[in-house]
Design a protein around this ligand. Structure first.
Ligand code: NI
Length: 185
C-alpha cells in the first residue's frame, strides 16, 4: 500500500523517534508499504517519520543512482545507533522526499559505524563509507528529528523561507501523494 509522505512542517519530522519493540509483527507490512511508497516516489531512502510513524526504522535502495558503489545497497535498519562517524568530511547535494523541489550541499563525514537490526531481527554492526554512509546519515537524521536543510547557512535558510512555507501548505509541484500539515488559505 502506498502511504502519503509527510511534508515539511509536520511536527513528526522534528521528533526523536522511539525504539521499536523487538519482534513487533506489524513492522513486516510496514516495511513492505514503505518500499512501495519509496519506489513510486523515486526515492533512495525513506524513514518511518516520513510516513507519519515516529519509530526508529528506515529503509534504503540506492539502485536508482547511477553509481556502482551503491547498486546493491538495499537494506532495512531497525533501532539503529550510529556508534561513530569518522574519515574526511565531504559535500554532496542532497534532497528529501518530504521537502520536494529543494536541494542543497550538505557536508558529512565519509565513514561511519552503525549498529542495527535487520527485518529478521538479526543484529549487525557494520561500517560504511561514501554514498551508502551518506544515505544512512540522512535517514538516521530523520529518526533523530533532524532535516538536511538544517545544515544550510542562515542566508540560504532565509532565502528558502517562503518556499518551505509553501511546501507545508501543499503549494508545490510533486508527482507523489503527500500529507501537508498546513491548510491552504
Ligand atoms: Ni529525507
Amino acid at each position: 500500500m502506498i502511504l502519503p509522505i509527510v511534508a515539511y512542517g509536520d511536527p513528526v519530522l522534528k521528533k526523536r523517534a522511539d525504539d521499536i519493540t523487538p519482534q513487533d509483527p506489524s513492522i513486516v507490512q510496514l516495511i513492505s508499504d514503505m518500499y512501495e511508497t519509496m519506489y513510486q516516489a523515486n526515492g533512495i531512502g525513506l524513514a518511518a517519520p516520513q510516513i507519519g510513524k515516529s519509530i526508529r526504522l528506515f529503509i534504503t535502495d540506492a539502485s536508482l543512482l547511477d553509481d556502482e558503489s551503491v547498486k546493491d545497497f538495499k537494506k532495512v535498519f531497525i533501532n539503529p545507533t550510529i556508534e561513530e562517524e569518522f574519515g574526511e568530511e565531504w559535500s554532496y547535494e542532497e534532497g528529501c522526499l518530504s521537502i520536494p523541489g529543494i536541494r542543497g550541499e550538505v557536508s558529512r563525514y565519509s565513514k561511519l559505524r552503525i549498529r542495527y537490526f535487520d527485518e529478521r531481527w538479526n543484529e549487525h554492526v557494520e561500517e560504511y563509507d561514501g554514498m551508502p554512509a551518506r544515505i544512512i546519515q540522512h535517514e538516521y537524521d530523520h529518526i533523530e528529528g533532524k532535516l538536511f536543510i538544517e545544515y544550510f547557512s542562515p542566508l540560504k535558510k532565509q532565502l528558502l523561507k517562503n518556499k518551505l512555507a509553501n511546501i507545508s501548505k501543499g503549494i508545490v509541484d510533486v508527482s507523489y501523494k503527500m500529507k501537508f500539515p498546513v491548510k491552504k488559505k
